[in-house]
Write a protein that binds this ligand. Structure first.
Ligand SMILES: [Zn+2]
Ligand SMILES: [Zn+2]
Length: 424
């Protein structure tokens, strides 16, 4: 039996690759317009980085990370998300000294050992974006506008939901209000919620359990418990979103799975995958750089978009990308003609045409069949007879029109006569 790939690790096959490339190209072009530059960070990091950033008591760190000892006995982890490695690099290279506000993006695979289920991969891909060095509400609005525009440019309809998670000033009081509220209902809550009470009380807000949801009628809402500074910040973010005409909804129950988020948090939600689900999410993490040993007062905000979801959405919308068809298929017969055709193919490729030929040089009928199957726009036929008469045949595969091309001189001359006809 042949060796199979690992469970939860998916091959991106050639038929899908063009869609991935289009998403990436659209994103890169858009990120550049918003002043972002790419940073490429390693897949492996010291385990400590994620324990310190994501938090020890999270599902990711407790159950999902690919953590192992390397051959020297050091504990290393395959990155489960993109923010911590980017921040680690930011701090390590003192990027804030180059530019007070850094706008960075990275695209690549992330790894989480999740229970395999439909659509859940253990290697998945994200585009993630970070702005470091400012807590101005304008940046929050700009980032959401950029995420919104990316999905629009890809032809997807999403809705934006926002919330504010407060700050170390106001969160403890809110947590207490939450604990008081759920404490009274403890026995009626699901096991997860009972556990979250001691680990991360905020997470009870997004419990999907019916019984819990019923119990949580009238639960204290975050936006009502913000300190004046956080309330003003949230107010301004909302005003700026309105100014940019980005439709949004405040969802007071939206929280993040990671401990480090503060203030603005947001999700881009689509209904196109059956149930409502997030294609992208992000938020502010003003304490995280300091928590990782960087400058204490270095605010930051970012978001990540799941690539697999986007690909799925585009395929569903019938907007999957296909490999462009060849411009030219060269059908050649006979040793001499095949040699010349091989030279011609190289010259056409250098001139920018996607060009193909049959390396095995089968019968003309077979080669024409291949040309049709490849959906080439033009076929150029050159056999012994054509060589002798110094005239090849260029066939427009759609209109079936044919014209003679002089084979006088070298293949470079043939190329000069063929290319202008094909490049319109
Ligand atoms: Zn606050
Ligand atoms: Zn629950």
């Amino acid at each position: 039996m042949s060796v199979q790939g690992l469970k939860g690790f998916k091959d991106i096959l050639p038929a899908e690759a063009a869609t991935w490339q289009r998403i990436e190209a659209t994103a890169r072009a858009l990120f550049h317009r918003y002043g972002f530059t790419e940073i490429r960070v390693p897949i492996l990091e010291k385990t400590e980085l994620f324990v310190r950033s994501i938090g020890e008591a999270t599902d990711i760190v407790e159950k999902e990370m690919y953590t192992f000892e390397d051959r020297n006995g050091a504990s290393i982890t395959m990155r489960p998300e993109g923010t911590a490695p980017v921040l680690r690099a930011f701090i390590q290279h003192n990027l804030q000294l180059l530019q007070p506000i850094q706008r960075l993006y990275t695209i690549g695979p992330m790894f989480r050992h999740e229970r395999p289920q439909k659509g859940r991969l253990r290697q998945f891909h994200q585009m993630s974006v970070e702005v470091l060095g400012t807590d101005q509400p304008m940046v929050d609005a700009e980032l959401m506008a950029m995420a919104w525009q990316l999905l629009s440019e890809l032809g997807l309809t999403v809705s934006l939901e926002i919330n504010s998670l407060g700050c170390p000033e106001c969160r403890p009081a809110y947590n207490q209000a939450l604990l008081d509220f759920i404490g009274e209902r403890n026995e009626k809550l699901c096991e997860d919620c009972q556990r979250r009470r001691t680990t991360n009380p905020l997470r009870v807000l997004d419990c999907k359990n019916e019984a819990c949801r019923e119990q949580y009628q009238g639960i204290p809402e975050l936006p009502d418990h913000l300190c004046p500074a956080c309330a003003a910040h949230f107010e301004e973010v909302r005003g700026l979103l309105a100014l940019l005409e980005i439709p949004y909804r405040v969802n007071p129950f939206m929280v993040r799975g990671l401990d480090y988020y503060t203030r603005t948090t947001f999700e881009l939600i689509t209904a196109d995958l059956g149930a409502q689900s997030a294609v992208g999410a992000g938020g502010r993490y003003d304490g995280l750089v300091g928590q990782l040993g960087g400058p204490k007062k270095m605010p930051g905000i970012g978001f990540a978009i799941g690539m697999e979801r986007l690909v799925l959405l585009l395929e569903q919308a019938g907007a999957a990308e296909e490999e462009p068809e060849p411009d030219l298929f060269i059908a050649a017969l006979g040793d001499e003609a095949r040699q010349q055709a091989f030279r011609l193919m190289q010259l056409c490729r250098q001139s920018g045409l996607k060009t193909a030929m049959d390396p095995a040089g089968r019968s003309l009928k077979n080669q024409m069949k291949q040309a049709g199957k490849s959906r080439a726009r033009f076929t150029f036929i050159v056999g012994e007879e054509e060589l002798a008469q110094k005239a090849g045949i260029l066939r427009d595969m759609a209109s079936k029109e044919q014209q003679e091309i002089s084979l006088a001189g070298e293949p470079a001359g043939w190329r000069d006569r063929i290319v202008p006809i094909i490049i319109r």
